[in-house]
Design a protein around this ligand. Structure first.
Ligand code: GLN
Length: 437
């Protein structure tokens, strides 16, 4: 298949690197640019990695290639995954295919855009706190973040090691069933991927879902999103799915706990970028080591990365660790227990994916860091617990922007999510982006 990726990319800026693929490729895929790839520069949206050509493929990319896939491009993203709108990339900002003045979501924004715009395309995304389902919902495609540990993280440029998950974005629900088994499985290079129940696709059905009152009853969800959520519940009922409201009181602590854990882990991970090992090496080598590192990092890390280094270093400091980091770990346990209780009676928890449709860039520029952190309040809970979650397109706002519906199931129960995605796909008419490639 011939794709004019150059023209498409000029319009949407969804790739940081791309190339033609052989005409006879079995299938074509793209991958978020924090997954290392042999023949493409890999920068994770950061200037500090400019010029980094990894000597190996990340395991999920390797597995897709072994299955006959051709990698056509690396997708644009927030620097190291830090963001919700892909506006924190050092290499341009991906544009929403439904409205070029709006965000694709983040941080896997380029992947969602590629899934929405390219025919027959599947993209590998990565989620730490919602980065697969958020952009999937903003771009009107399916997004699946599997259980933590289902897919190897070998070759992934870490954001938060205890949170990161590699997953899939596609216009077609059937791609989830097709490609999840391809990228899953144990990998000796990633000990957290080694112990896992086998996928049993097609064996489990979604029969009953719970809606956490704390997530949907407060303020903060826009009218359009709420209306489409309510009509989606009607569709679920017509599929004979039982729906009940439940209480999950710990959910309100998920945002503070997540941002403590995520920034703590991120700040240690970023320590390896010092201008001596990977990518960019243009610093003043006459300086002393510490001064060299400081000047190099000041120059090449973006503002959000710097903010997270400060936050994460603080929360791990002697004297503060018990108050912040260790406390956040306890909160994470409490949230897991809340979910587990719900899963004794229900197959999934359902909420809207994002509280609003994709904002315009001028609106995003007026948001504070805290405003954008708060926008993750629906996507962070499944992520902090490592539970698999799925976003399906479920409606469109008055302006025609896509709205997403999110299902979270118990650890290792991706099967019920895939069952839902396929059933949903057969009844809901997913729109193609108005802005044609
Ligand atoms: N928006 C969240 C953050 O900034 C999640 C991003 C992600 O999953 N990489 O941390």
């Amino acid at each position: 298949m011939k794709l004019n990726l150059k023209d498409i990319n000029e319009r949407y800026e969804m790739f940081t690197a791309f190339s033609d693929v052989p005409d006879d490729s079995k299938f074509i895929f793209s991958a978020k640019d924090n997954l290392t790839s042999k023949d493409f520069e890999t920068t994770a949206g950061s200037k500090i990695l400019k010029g980094y050509f990894p000597p190996f493929d990340a395991t999920p990319i390797k597995k897709m290639r072994e299955a006959g896939g051709a990698l056509c491009g690396k997708t644009n993203m927030d620097e190291f995954g830090f963001g919700t709108f892909s506006t924190n990339s050092a290499f341009g900002i991906p544009k929403n295919p439904f409205d070029l003045n709006r965000s694709c979501g983040g941080s896997s924004g380029g992947s969602a855009c590629a899934a929405a715009v390219l025919d027959d395309h599947v993209s590998l995304g990565v989620s730490t706190g919602g980065s697969i389902v958020c952009p999937a919902s903003f771009c009107g495609v399916y997004g699946l973040a599997p259980s933590y540990g289902r897919v190897s993280r070998y070759g992934l440029i870490d954001y938060g090691n205890s949170l990161d998950k590699v997953g899939l974005l596609s216009f077609k629900a059937s791609d989830l069933r097709k490609y999840l088994p391809v990228i899953s499985g144990k990998d000796v290079h990633d000990p957290t991927s080694c112990v896992q129940p086998e996928l049993e696709l097609g064996k489990k059905k979604m029969k009953a879902v719970a809606i956490p009152e704390e997530a949907v009853k407060g303020e903060g969800i826009s009218k359009d999103v709420m209306a489409s959520f309510e009509s989606s519940l009607e569709s679920l009922k017509s599929m004979s799915i039982d729906i009940e409201y439940v209480s999950m009181p710990t959910l309100k602590y998920s945002i503070p706990a997540y941002y403590v854990i995520a920034t703590s882990e991120a700040s240690t991970n970023l320590a390896r970028y010092c201008g001596m090992r990977y990518g960019q090496q243009e610093g003043d080598l006459t300086l002393k080591f510490d001064d060299y590192f400081t000047s190099f990092r000041s120059q090449y890390f973006g503002d959000e990365a710097k903010r997270r280094i400060l936050l994460g270093t603080f929360t791990r400091m002697v004297g503060y660790a018990d108050r912040y980091y260790n406390k956040a770990l306890q909160v994470r346990e409490a949230i897991i227990n809340d979910y587990k209780k719900v899963f004794e009676r229900f197959d999934a928890v359902v909420t809207p994916t994002m509280p609003f449709v994709s904002p315009r860039f001028d609106e995003i520029s007026k948001m504070s860091a805290l405003d954008s952190y708060k926008a993750d309040f629906l996507t962070v809970p499944p992520n902090i617990t490592g539970m698999p979650h799925l976003s399906v397109p479920c409606g469109y706002s008055q302006e025609g922007m896509p709205i997403g519906l999110m299902f979270t199931s118990d650890h290792w129960n991706e099967d019920v999510l895939i069952d839902m995605a396929e059933r949903w796909d057969s009844s809901f008419k997913v729109r193609h982006a108005e802005v044609k490639a």
